[in-house]
Write a protein that binds this ligand. Structure first.
Ligand SMILES: Cc1cc2nc3c(=O)[nH]c(=O)nc-3n(C[C@H](O)[C@H](O)[C@H](O)COP(=O)(O)OP(=O)(O)OC[C@H]3O[C@@H](n4cnc5c(N)ncnc54)[C@H](O)[C@@H]3O)c2cc1C
Length: 505
């Protein structure tokens, strides 16, 4: 039976961890399940888990647990369910929307020790993994057979498949090959009451509802994924990568639409503006021209004949759109270097700004020039620099709002500016997130896109999995807001929020 909707609008049941005695007893039960090596409770160690990569929000959990198998995950979740303890699943903690932010008086369930590749099935082009497997390990495991795993977030050297599944992550090659949901065929998942279910499998389609599709991108609110069946694909016969430099970012944007209009779908198309180019160049020396207003990276892949035929078309479109320089990678090493620049765009920002806020919005490709212009105006209005790097082919923007947390009021300003950018995206017909999820950070914007009925329907789905609201609570769904504007740092709680009745933002 689907529980009543109202359940999501009241505060969650009283956590047993709220009293010192309750906490002590609960800790002992965790130790029973996991042994001493599997439970972290010392204040110093817990700090390492108090946020994900969106470090503006921090909450220290009461416990972090490190299960090694599905049975342990199930027992922990059943215990939390019985004792009304909220919990948050965690992969590598590279999420950028506060999705793995711990719950107040809660437990973090880290999947980092469940990191085995369980099966490599080349004849059927499938790989079965535990959730803590790092994204790049999948490609490494199948590369010698001529295969790879297509979704490649820029964080692929650290982020986990479990986190990718929860966020439906994208990456530079998702333009042609699709995002995580297009590559996940089945999962094993532990429901919030501890029951273990399996959805999908190695076959492409099954009768009934596509529950796997529902779980991918559900941001850890419906349960914990403990096993994933992935599709791998053959490496293309040929790959060619180039970058073109432009004076104006608008010309790079027009090239993107121009290339697809000519019937060419590159494996990836990525744009960086001057601020990004300069910091990346300083950090990795990718060979980008630092005086360019923007660069567009284009990768073509496929059969040799197709790539050879498409290359002149791409170059023609680039020239028509005022490309200053077009540089084709001479070999695999140079190709890797071009991508290394792009993939290091976020970390490289640290060179020019002590703090930055990674925004994630989507716009129709045709609105690129207009939206970038509006972001520029917002940047001027708020007096904060915004660097732009984006999956241009998908219309997925990543404006990086640069600020200095040591300066009074700047974090708050950056937060507000980042929010205004999302409003611009939605006004242009786009969305509040492309690939980083809603998490804790963007739930206040969900109602920009969905009305009460939409949100209630989504809540019904959530309730049918998690009637107590204990699994990754406080994420995705907007809750009534207080009128307090506390900013991001330091984190201060008000009583309405503490009771679970209101959201402070
Ligand atoms: C430098 C950098 C570059 C990035 N580039 C990209 C990019 O190109 N594309 C992109 O999409 N993202 C990108 N990201 C964001 C981030 O890497 C992805 O969202 C990634 O999928 C998070 O994986 P994780 O293992 O770190 O998950 P975490 O951050 O630990 O968790 C993310 C969410 O998944 C949930 N979760 C984790 N494991 C499970 C599980 N087993 N079952 C259920 N829920 C679970 C958590 O509760 C949380 O809600 C980038 C981040 C950084 C820091």
């Amino acid at each position: 039976m689907i529980p009543v909707l109202k359940i999501m609008h009241v505060s969650p049941p009283e956590s047993k961890l709220k009293s010192p005695d309750g906490k002590k007893r609960f800790g002992a039960k965790l130790l029973d399940i996991l042994g001493p090596g599997g439970v972290i409770s010392s204040a110093d160690e817990l700090i390492a888990y108090d946020s994900d990569a969106l470090t503006g929000y921090r909450i220290k959990p009461e416990f972090v647990v490190l299960p090694e198998n599905t049975g342990q995950v199930s027992r922990i979740m059943r215990l939390c369910y019985e004792e009304n303890v909220p919990y948050v699943p965690r992969g590598a903690g590279t999420g950028l929307s506060g999705g793995a932010l711990p719950a107040e008086k809660g437990v973090v369930i880290s999947l980092s020790r469940m990191n085995k590749i369980l099966e490599v099935d080349i004849p059927n082009e499938r790989v079965v993994v535990e959730p803590g497997v790092v994204n790049l390990w999948v490609t490494n495991a199948v590369s010698s057979y001529g295969y790879y795993y297509a979704p490649d977030p820029s964080s692929q050297i650290v982020c986990t498949i479990g986190g990718n599944v929860a966020e439906n992550s994208g990456g530079v090659h998702c333009l042609k090959y699709g995002v995580t949901t297009n590559h996940v065929l089945g999962v094993e998942m532990v429901l919030p009451d501890g029951e273990v279910i399996e959805t999908g499998g190695k076959a492409l389609d099954r009768p009934g509802y596509d529950i796997t599709g529902l779980l991918v991108g559900s941001e850890g609110l419906l349960g914990i994924v403990t096993k994933i069946t992935l599709r791998i694909i053959r490496k293309p016969e040929s790959v060619k990568t180039l970058f073109a430099s432009f004076d104006r970012v608008e010309d790079a944007g027009a090239s993107v639409s121009g290339i697809t209009a000519r019937g060419v779908i590159p494996a990836g198309m990525e744009i960086m503006d001057n601020l990004c180019i300069r910091s990346v160049e300083e950090a990795v020396g990718a060979g980008y021209p630092t005086d360019a207003g923007s660069i567009l990276l284009v990768e073509l892949d496929g059969p040799v004949a197709e790539v050879e035929a498409h290359m002149p078309i791409v170059e023609e479109v680039l020239r028509k759109n005022n490309a200053i320089q077009i540089k084709v990678a001479r070999d695999a090493k140079e190709r890797e270097l071009f991508w290394k620049g792009r993939k290091n765009a976020f970390p490289a920002m640290g060179r020019i700004s002590s703090d930055y806020y990674v925004q994630d919005g989507v716009i129709p490709r045709s609105k690129l020039a207009e939206v970038l212009g509006n972001i520029g105006k917002l940047s001027e209005k708020y007096g904060l620099r915004v660097a732009n790097v984006f999956h241009a082919g998908d219309g997925n923007l990543h404006p990086l709002v640069l600020y200095d947390s040591a300066k009074e009021g700047e974090p708050e300003k950056a937060h507000e500016l980042a929010g205004k950018i999302l409003e611009v995206c939605v006004d242009s017909g786009g969305s509040i997130t492309g690939e980083h999820g809603v998490g804790h950070d963007k739930k206040r914007f969900l109602s920009l896109m969905f009305d009460e009925n939409d949100l209630d329907t989504m809540n019904l789905v959530r309730c049918s999995f998690d009637s107590k609201g204990l699994c990754n609570p406080g994420k995705v769904f907007p809750t009534p807001r207080t009128c307090v504007e506390p900013g991001m740092k330091p984190y201060r709680e008000n009583p309405i929020q503490k009771s679970g009745l209101g959201e402070m933002y």
